[in-house]
Design a protein around this ligand. Structure first.
Ligand SMILES: [Zn+2]
Length: 376
C-alpha cells in the first residue's frame, strides 16, 4: 500500500542541474536503445542498459531509476500496441526529466531530509516535518518543481463488521453504495462541472496558442498560463474526489462493511453521450481515480476490495429478476411494479451478484437513498 505526499519547492540551480542530468541520461538511454535496434536488431535488456548508461551527477540508484522509467514506458507501449496499433513507442528525448531517490539515498534527521546524489556531489537538502518516506521524486508540475514522497501504509485498522457493500461508479453520480440496508448517493454534479470547465479552458487556450508564432515569447507565456490553469483545476478535481471517497469509505466502515465490491467499469456505458475522444479519456480517468482512491482508503481501514463484473446490474429488477432498461433516473419494473432510484439498483445488484444471489429479499431497497453532496 502506498500513499504520496507532495511538496512544492523553489526552483534553484541545483534542482535545474539535477533535472537536466536526469534528462540527459534519459535521452542517452532512448538514443542508445533505438540505435541498437536499428543497427544490430538487438533489444537490449533493462539490466544491461543500467550497467551501460550512468550519470556522474546522480546517485547510482537514481540513475537506475531513469533507465527503469524508459523500460516501463516501453512495456506499457507493448501492452497498448496490442489494442491500439497507432500507439507510438517512447522515442522522445527530454531536456529535463524527473529524479527519483530510493530509500538507500534518503536520510532524515532533525527535520531535514537529505537526498544523496552520489559521491562527490552535494546532496539535496530540504526541510521536512514528516516521517521518512520510502521513495522521493523530484518533478515538474507544469508550474514549478515539487517533491513527491511515497510512503508505505500498513493496514492495521480492523473492519467493524462483516458486511458487504456494492459500489456503482457513475457519471451523474460519482458513486452509489448499497450495503444491503442503506443506499448512499455521492453526487457528481460539481465534479462534472469542473471537468467541463477544464475541457473548455483547455480548448480555448490551445487554440490561442496555435495562432501564435512558434518560439515567440507570447506563446511561451500562454503555455505557462495554460499549465497553471489546468494544474489548478486538476487540484480541484482531485480535492473533490478525495473528499467524496473519504466520506464514502468512512461511512461504509462505520456501517460495519468488511468487503467493498466495486462494479468493474471497463467500457463507459452510462448516462451521457460521449462524442469527443479526449472527453472520454477524462471520464475514464476519473473512474480510475475514484476506484483507486476508494481501494486504498478502504484497505487502510482493513476492508477488502473486490471487483465485480457488472453486466446487466443496472437493468435487472432486484425484486423479480426480470431485465428492463430504465429510461430515466427512476427504475420501474414493468413486470412486478417495483420502483427505486436507478443507480441504487445498480449498487444493490453489484452487491447481490458478488454474493451470488441474483434476487434477494428486497427489504433494504424500501429505504430511501441518502444523498451526499460535495460541500465546497
Ligand atoms: Zn420486477
Amino acid at each position: 500500500m502506498y500513499n504520496t505526499r507532495k511538496l512544492k519547492i523553489e526552483k534553484t540551480e541545483q534542482l535545474e542541474a539535477l533535472a537536466i542530468a536526469s534528462g540527459e541520461l534519459y535521452s542517452r538511454t532512448v538514443t542508445a536503445f533505438w540505435r541498437l535496434v536499428r543497427k544490430k536488431g538487438i533489444w537490449l535488456s533493462e539490466y544491461s542498459m543500467m550497467h551501460w548508461q550512468n550519470s556522474k551527477e546522480l546517485h547510482a540508484h537514481s540513475a537506475d531509476a531513469v533507465v527503469q522509467s524508459f523500460y516501463a514506458s516501453l512495456k506499457s507501449w507493448q501492452r497498448l500496441h496490442k489494442i491500439d496499433h497507432d500507439a507510438k513507442p517512447p522515442h522522445k528525448r527530454h531536456h529535463y526529466y524527473k529524479v527519483q531517490w530510493k530509500n538507500s539515498a534518503i536520510r532524515l534527521k532533525d527535520g531535514v531530509i537529505r537526498l544523496s546524489n552520489g559521491k562527490g556531489n552535494s546532496p539535496l537538502i530540504v526541510a521536512w516535518q514528516w516521517e521518512l518516506p520510502k521513495m522521493v521524486e523530484l518533478g515538474w508540475n507544469g508550474v514549478g518543481y515539487e517533491l513527491r514522497a511515497t510512503y508505505t501504509i500498513d493496514a492495521t485498522a480492523e473492519p467493524l463488521g462483516t458486511g458487504t457493500a456494492g459500489v456503482d461508479l457513475g457519471e451523474i453520480h460519482l458513486a452509489v453504495t448499497h450495503d444491503g440496508e442503506e443506499c448512499h448517493i455521492y453526487n457528481g454534479r460539481y465534479l462534472r462541472s469542473v471537468k467541463r470547465y477544464q475541457n473548455k479552458k483547455k480548448a480555448e487556450i490551445s487554440s490561442h496558442i496555435d495562432r501564435m508564432k512558434k518560439g515567440s515569447g507570447r506563446r511561451k507565456k500562454l503555455k505557462t498560463r495554460k499549465a497553471k490553469i489546468l494544474n489548478k483545476l486538476d487540484n480541484q478535481i482531485n480535492d473533490i474526489l478525495h473528499k467524496q471517497t473519504t466520506k464514502l469509505v468512512a461511512t461504509l466502515h462505520e456501517r460495519g462493511v468488511k468487503t467493498v465490491v466495486i462494479g468493474d467499469v471497463r467500457d463507459i456505458r452510462k448516462g451521457l453521450d460521449y462524442g469527443v475522444k479526449a472527453n472520454q479519456k477524462l471520464h475514464q480517468w476519473s473512474f480510475g481515480a475514484a476506484r483507486w482512491m476508494i481501494t486504498y482508503k478502504a484497505e487502510r481501514l482493513g476492508m477488502e476490495v473486490k471487483l465485480q463484473e457488472e453486466a446487466y446490474t443496472s437493468q435487472t429488477c432486484p425484486c423479480c429478476g426480470k431485465r428492463h432498461k430504465p429510461n430515466n433516473r427512476e427504475y420501474r419494473c414493468p413486470a412486478c411494479g417495483f420502483h427505486y432510484h436507478r443507480d441504487g439498483v445498480g449498487a444493490y445488484n453489484i452487491r447481490a451478484k458478488y454474493l451470488g444471489k441474483e434476487t434477494l429479499p428486497v427489504v433494504g431497497l424500501m429505504a430511501c437513498p441518502i444523498g451526499v453532496r460535495y460541500a465546497v
